[in-house]
Design a protein around this ligand. Sequence first.
Ligand SMILES: Nc1ncnc2c1ncn2[C@@H]1O[C@H](COP(=O)(O)OP(=O)(O)OP(=O)(O)O)[C@@H](O)[C@H]1O
Ligand SMILES: [Mg+2]
Length: 119
Amino acid sequence: MGCGLPVQDAAEIALCAAELASNAVRHGKRGVLDVFVLHEDKAGIELRCADEGPGFIDVNAALTDGWSRGRPLKPEDSTRDGLGTGLGAIRRLMDELEVDSTTTGSVVTARRWARPRRS
Ligand SMILES: Nc1ncnc2c1ncn2[C@@H]1O[C@H](COP(=O)(O)OP(=O)(O)OP(=O)(O)O)[C@@H](O)[C@H]1O
Ligand SMILES: [Mg+2]
């Protein structure tokens, strides 16, 4: 990837990018996903997905597994519309996750840093 991250990490980051884009399309009006290579005191990747609203109903609840479209999923719910696990997976796979949401748009930013290589 040219930023010091191994291929396995790249695959996991790609999954997170796909999930962010999917959320922007399914829960927002439309959006743009930007990918930045970070070269700060350490190397990393930043995913930033910005959409045009309508915004999160409850950001904290949305980050927990099994919460979808403003409510906890019940066993009888169809799984066709999702399991409410996308943001939880991103939180587990990435090192940082921030949600800045208003009714006119949401920006979800996730970063993953290169880990020290084992010798
Ligand atoms: N860009 C967004 N704008 C508004 N609400 C969002 C956005 N992204 C996520 N959400 C809200 O957060 C909830 C949880 O998102 P999450 O990705 O975890 O689950 P899901 O998209 O419902 O299902 P899954 O990702 O498992 O298919 C969504 O159901 C939606 O209510
Ligand atoms: Mg999702």
